[in-house]
Design a protein around this ligand. Sequence first.
Ligand code: G3P
Ligand code: MG
Length: 244
Amino acid sequence: MTTKIIAHRGASKLAPENTMYAFELAYKLGAEGIETDVQLTKDHIPVLIHDETVKRTTNGTGYVKDYTYEELKELDAGSWFSAEFKEARIITLDSFLQWVKPKDLYINIELKNNKIDYPNLEAIVFDHLKQHRILERTTLSTFNPNSVQRLKNYKEAVEIAFLTSKRHPNLIDYAKELGANALHIKYRLVQELLIEQAHNAGMPVRVYTVNKLKQMMHCFRTNCDGIFTDVPFKAMNARKVLQQ
Ligand code: G3P
Ligand code: MG
């Protein structure tokens, strides 16, 4: 099996995470998929930003949920990373989907509702994917078990992944009971047996955030279905070496 290389928040080592710069670069560098994080604005627009607040990745302050999109898009989402990216903006899920649609990329939309459980986030995001006819190559994931349960209404149409960093005595059954049909796990949980059992249960396993060569090799060798990495170019090279 070939492990898919998925750019985590875009090519986020080389460009500001979750911005068009990071997504474009990931695509140019040959990543096979893109992972991004969704939060909701005050006017219920899904936008791509990892944190609940804008502090770390923009020149603003406060919560995403307290900004309208009109206000949010004025913020500089690039200078914190490097002055050359000062034009970077927080973008909507909609504009990301428009950009990704004609490209041959796997998509993982992570719902960031484990700290703030945004009402209706599942339905809002699902409707966007449906409108763009992009469901069949997309996984919706979340750390929030209640959200996984709410998403199970959609699991015939789109893949639903339970995201976790925690050890669980019976993770596969637990995730299945919630209604997930895929697992997205932190690297430290990777074990050959777990991957094998998940596959036997029909669940793909993808792993975050894999930036070290040794960890990449471990994921390739244990047949993980995908790795989320900030350095997709490095992972592509590592996989090539292994395949030779
Ligand atoms: O979706 C995988 C990974 O992105 C989960 O953690 O905090 O990087 O969004 P985080
Ligand atoms: Mg994420």
